[in-house]
Structures are given as structure tokens and as C-alpha cells.
Design a protein around this ligand. Structure first.
Ligand code: 13P
Length: 251
């Protein structure tokens, strides 16, 4: 059976001391959340080592928000998968729309990064999602299908066990405009059928697919009640431990 996950993406927020406090507050409340709901926090690179020690012994797992597209060497400013692993990460987010939009992250690069991450023993949370123009042009199914195929069709059923997909419609990120439960569900179902097309029904059934985009305590329960929505990737609301935990309690 696929795992339910609520993951917080802190993005470029909090100083190191603030991040440590936030992690402590999440850990303190994490025991209240259902045992079958996994919790992940994706902290900035500078915070990872300190946050890892705060999370130790708790159910909360650590993620990075990105990784380098090379293994090691002369790539000034980049952070490798081995560095992330040794800092205590279990996961990395890849292909967030902010990285696709502002840092030229292509599906091709994401294949490379996903291979490196899996090779280092990291799980991958792969983000996909259409922008407003694509949604208004009625191209959302097509865009998301292509993103999923371009990246994930390069992997095996075995590798899919370590990959979570996050559907984040760009128009819903940080805007307060959540996709309706129906809008999210129909894309999640589409993603699952695209996965079934390559890997078969069982892998598709077993893959966790998260929703992200203005997910908060007031709308999480309705989203999570959909049959193909297995949790959330939370931005703004993950910066408040109470809200983040409240979302995890929506199951
Ligand atoms: P918000 O929850 O702030 O809309 O951000 C969602 C997101 O981008 C998570 O990765």
C-alpha cells in the first residue's frame, strides 16, 4: 500500500537558528500525527546538518530542495548528492517549478539529477505542474503527462519505489488559490495512469502522489480525501509548526 506523506518545503526562508526552532517545534508535535502519515521537512542547504540532529530519533525525515547535476568536482556553489546524504538527508525535492522557472531546470537535467540522487540512496520528490497559461489553454493534462514521461520513463519499477511525485500547479503556488479537490484529483489520476502505462498498475498504485499549492489546514482534509491524493507538499503553511502538523492531522 502506498505511503501517505506530508512534506514541508521551507524554500529560501528562515535563518539557521529560526530553522532549528521550527524543526524543534515540528518534532515536538510530530508524535500527535497518525503513524501511517510520514513527515518530511525540506530545509535550506545551510540548515541541513543542524536540522538533521534535531530530527534524530523522531519520525520526521530530512530533505534537501535540490541537488547538483554532477557527482563532484569543480562546480562552484553546487551541492552534491553525497554531501546531502552525509548531511543526514533521506530525500531531495527535484524539479520544483521555481527551479524550472528561475534556474532553467529542464526535464533532461532532472533525469540526471534523479539518477544521481537514487544512486546515492536518496529518495526523490519530483515536482510537476502546469502554469496558468497552460491551464487556461486547456493543456494541463498534456503538460503534466509530458513532464512525468520525460523524467520518470527513464527509470525502472524498482527505482520507482524511491520516487514520490508532487503535482504542484504553478498558478496555485503561494497565490492563495488552491486547485479544487476535483481539479487536483483529476490530474493525480492522470499521473497514476501515465505511470501505469510504463510500469504497470501495481507500481502506479504504490506510488505516492502529493498535491502542492496553497495547501493549508482549512483545505487539506478535502484534498486528502481524494482517492489519488496521498498527501501534500506544503510551502507557506510549513513555516508554522502548528499549521504543518494540523495539515498532517487532516488525515
Ligand atoms: P505554497 O504552499 O506556499 O503555495 O507552496 C507550495 C509549494 O511550492 C511547495 O513546494
Amino acid at each position: 500500500m502506498r505511503k501517505k506523506i506530508v512534506a514541508g518545503n521551507w524554500k529560501m526562508n528562515t535563518t539557521v537558528p529560526e530553522g532549528i526552532e521550527l524543526a524543534k517545534a515540528v518534532v515536538a508535535k510530530s508524535a500527535e500525527t497518525p503513524a501511517n502519515v510520514g513527515l518530511i521537512v525540506a530545509a535550506p542547504f545551510t540548515h541541513l546538518v543542524s536540522v538533521a540532529s534535531v530530527l534524530e530519533g523522531s519520525k520526521v525525515e530530512l530533505a534537501a530542495q535540490n541537488c547538483a547535476d554532477h557527482e563532484k568536482g569543480a562546480y562552484t556553489g553546487e551541492v552534491s548528492v553525497d554531501m546531502l546524504k552525509s548531511a543526514g538527508c533521506k530525500w531531495t525535492i527535484l524539479g520544483h517549478s521555481e527551479r524550472r522557472q528561475y534556474y532553467g531546470e529542464t526535464d533532461e537535467k532532472l533525469v540526471t539529477k534523479t539518477k544521481l540522487a537514487l544512486g546515492a540512496g536518496l529518495g526523490v520528490i519530483l515536482c510537476v505542474g502546469e502554469n496558468l497559461d497552460q491551464r487556461e489553454a486547456g493543456k494541463h493534462f498534456e503538460v503534466v503527462t509530458e513532464q512525468v514521461k520525460n523524467v520518470l520513463y527513464n527509470f525502472t519499477a524498482e527505482e520507482m519505489k524511491h520516487i514520490v511525485v508532487a503535482y504542484e500547479p504553478v498558478w496555485a503556488i503561494g497565490t492563495g488559490k488552491t486547485a479544487s479537490a476535483e481539479q487536483a484529483e483529476e490530474i493525480h489520476a492522470c499521473i497514476r495512469s501515465v505511470l501505469a502505462g510504463k510500469f504497470g498498475g501495481q507500481v502506479a498504485e504504490d506510488t505516492t502522489i502529493l498535491y502542492g499549492g496553497s495547501c493549508k489546514p482549512s483545505n487539506a482534509a478535502e484534498l486528502f480525501a481524494q482517492k489519488d491524493i496521498d498527501g501534500g507538499l506544503i510551502g507557506g503553511a510549513a513555516l508554522k509548526a502548528d499549521d504543518f502538523i494540523q495539515i498532517a492531522l487532516s488525515y
